[in-house]
Ligand binder design. Structure first.
Ligand code: UD1
Ligand code: UDP
Length: 390
C-alpha cells in the first residue's frame, strides 16, 4: 500500500520550499500526495502555486485583514483537524517557522499522526527574534517525528535540545532545489516595464547599479520599518546612478511605515511582490541585496550577491560565517553606511561577493523522500544521513 503523505503550508516562503517536495512525491508511484493550504497568505501564496502548477486539494482560505497570531493559529488548528479526520494521512509534512507550521504540527500531533518537519533545527537563540518564528520552530521540534535539517549546524541545535540523532536527517534546504529550477528558466520578461528596461540596460552593460530590497519582519514593524524607509530614501538621493528595486510585502503595516519615505523618488522602483521567477531574476541582476528575509538570506549567497541583513541576529549563520552575509540591524545610519561602503569600496564589495552554497546542493527533495521512506515505510537508511551536503 502506498504511503499517504499530506503537505500543509500557508505562506509564500513555505510554498517556495515545499514545491519541489510535492513534485517529487507526486512523481513517486510508492507515495500518495495530498496538499493542503491554510491560506495564511493569499496572493503571495497563489503566485507560487501557479508557477509550479500546484492545485491544492484543500484550501482553508483563512487570511483576514489585520489577522492576529492567535487568530491564525486557532483557524489552522480547527480547520486542519477536520481535514485530517477526513483524509487520514500516514504522515504530515510542514515546512519552516510560520504560525501555519506551528498550528498544523499541533493539529497533526493531537491526531497521533507523525509530523515531518522540513528546515528543522534553525535557531537564532533569541526567543523574541525572529518573533514568533523562533518559538514556532522550537514548539514544532518538540512534537516532530522526523526532523529534516538543512545543515549540520541545524542538526547540532536539535541534538543539543535532546532530540535523538536517529530522528534527524540532513537534507540541505529545498530552497536551493527551487532556486536552481527557477534560474534554469531562460527568458524572464518582467511585467513591470521599468524593471524590464533595467534588465535590458544591464544586458547591454549600462543601467547603473541595483540595490534589491525586501522587508517584512514583524519585530521590525514600526520604528525599524520607518528607519529602513528613511535609510533607503537617503541612499537613493545620495546615489542618483543607483536603482533601488523594492518589491513591497502585502502586509499593510509594512506598507504604511515604509512607503511614504520612498514613494516620490524616481530611482526607487516600489513594486508589487514579484512572482518567484521574476524575483530570482531580479536577484541575479542586483549588485547588493538589503533584506530581513529568511529565504533571501539563503538564495542570494548562492548567486554570489553581498547580502546586508537588517536584523541583529540570525538563525542562518552559515552564510555569515562564509562572509557573504552581514548582519547590520535596522538603524537608518547603519543602513546608509553599510550600503555606501559596498558602493564606494571595490575591496569591500569583492570581499562579500562570493558565491557560496552552504544551504544545499539542489537535491533536498530527493533526500527528503528517501528519509521519509526510511522512517515510515521500511526504506533503506539514507547513506549521507548525518553530514553536510554542500
Ligand atoms: C508571515 C509569517 C512569517 C513569514 C512571512 C513570509 C507568521 C507569524 N508570520 O508573516 O514568518 O516570514 O509570512 O512573508 O506566520 N497579506 C495579504 N496578502 C498576502 C499575504 C499577506 O494581503 O498574500 C496581508 C494581510 O493583510 C495579512 C497581513 O499581510 O493579514 C499579514 O500576514 P501574516 O501572514 O499574518 O504575516 P506576515 O508578516 O506575512
Ligand atoms: N520572493 C518572491 N517575490 C518577492 C520577494 C521575495 O518570490 O517579491 C521570494 C524569495 O525569493 C524567497 C521568499 O520569497 O524565496 C522569501 O519570502 P519572505 O521574505 O516573505 O519570507 P521569509 O523567507 O522571511 O520567511
Amino acid at each position: 500500500m502506498s504511503l499517504r503523505i499530506m503537505t500543509v503550508y500557508g505562506t509564500r516562503p513555505e510554498a517556495i520550499k515545499v514545491a519541489p517536495i510535492i513534485t517529487a512525491i507526486e512523481a513517486d508511484p510508492e507515495l500518495e500526495s495530498t496538499t493542503v493550504v491554510t491560506g495564511q497568505h493569499r496572493e503571495m501564496l497563489d503566485q507560487v502555486n501557479t508557477m509550479f502548477g500546484i492545485e491544492p486539494d484543500h484550501d482553508m482560505n483563512i487570511m483576514a485583514a489585520g489577522q492576529t497570531l492567535n487568530g491564525v493559529a486557532a483557524k489552522v488548528i480547527a480547520g486542519l483537524d477536520e481535514i485530517l479526520a477526513e483524509e487520514k494521512p500516514d504522515v504530515v509534512i510542514v515546512q519552516g517557522d510560520t504560525t501555519t507550521v506551528m498550528g498544523a504540527a499541533i493539529a497533526t500531533f493531537n491526531r497521533q499522526i507523525p509530523v515531518v518537519h522540513l528546515e528543522a533545527g534553525l535557531r537564532s537563540g533569541h526567543i523574541d527574534s525572529p518573533f514568533p518564528e523562533e518559538a514556532n520552530r522550537k514548539l514544532t521540534s518538540q512534537i516532530t517525528a522526523l526532523h529534516l535539517a538543512p545543515t549540520s549546524t541545524s542538526k547540532d541545535n536539535l541534538t543539543r535540545e535532546d532530540i535523538s540523532e536517529n530522528d534527524i536527517v540532513i537534507t540541505g534546504n529545498s530552497v536551493i532545489d527551487t532556486l536552481m529550477f527557477a534560474t534554469r528558466t531562460l527568458e524572464v520578461h518582467f511585467g513591470d516595464e521599468r524593471l524590464e528596461a533595467l534588465q535590458q540596460a544591464k544586458k547591454a552593460g549600462s543601467g547603473g547599479r541595483i540595490l534589491l530590497v525586501t522587508a517584512h519582519r514583524r519585530e521590525n514593524i514600526g520604528e525599524g520599518m520607518a528607519d529602513i524607509g528613511a535609510g533607503v530614501a537617503e541612499l537613493a538621493r545620495r546615489y542618483p546612478d543607483l536603482t533601488v528595486v523594492f518589491p513591497i510585502h502585502r502586509n499593510p503595516k509594512v506598507r504604511e511605515s515604509i512607503m511614504p519615505a520612498v514613494a516620490d523618488l524616481e530611482n526607487v522602483l516600489l513594486i508589487e511582490p514579484l512572482a518567484y521567477a521574476e524575483f530570482t531574476r531580479a536577484l541575479s541582476l542586483a549588485d547588493i541585496v538589503l533584506t530581513d528575509s529568511g529565504g533571501v538570506q539563503e538564495e542570494a549567497p548562492s548567486l554570489g550577491k553581498p547580502v546586508l541583513v537588517m536584523r541583529e541576529n540570525t538563525e542562518r549563520p552559515e552564510a555569515v560565517v562564509a562572509g557573504t552575509v552581514k548582519l547590520i540591524g535596522t538603524k537608518r545610519q547603519r543602513i546608509i553606511d553599510e550600503v555606501s561602503l559596498l558602493l564606494d569600496s571595490e575591496e569591500a564589495y569583492k570581499g562579500m561577493a562570493n558565491a557560496v552554497n552552504p544551504y544545499g546542493d539542489g537535491k533536498a527533495a530527493e533526500r527528503t523522500i528517501a528519509a521519509i521512506k526510511w522512517k515510515f515505510s521500511g526504506g533503506e537508511k539514507p547513506a549521507d544521513f548525518g553530514t553536510d551536503v554542500s
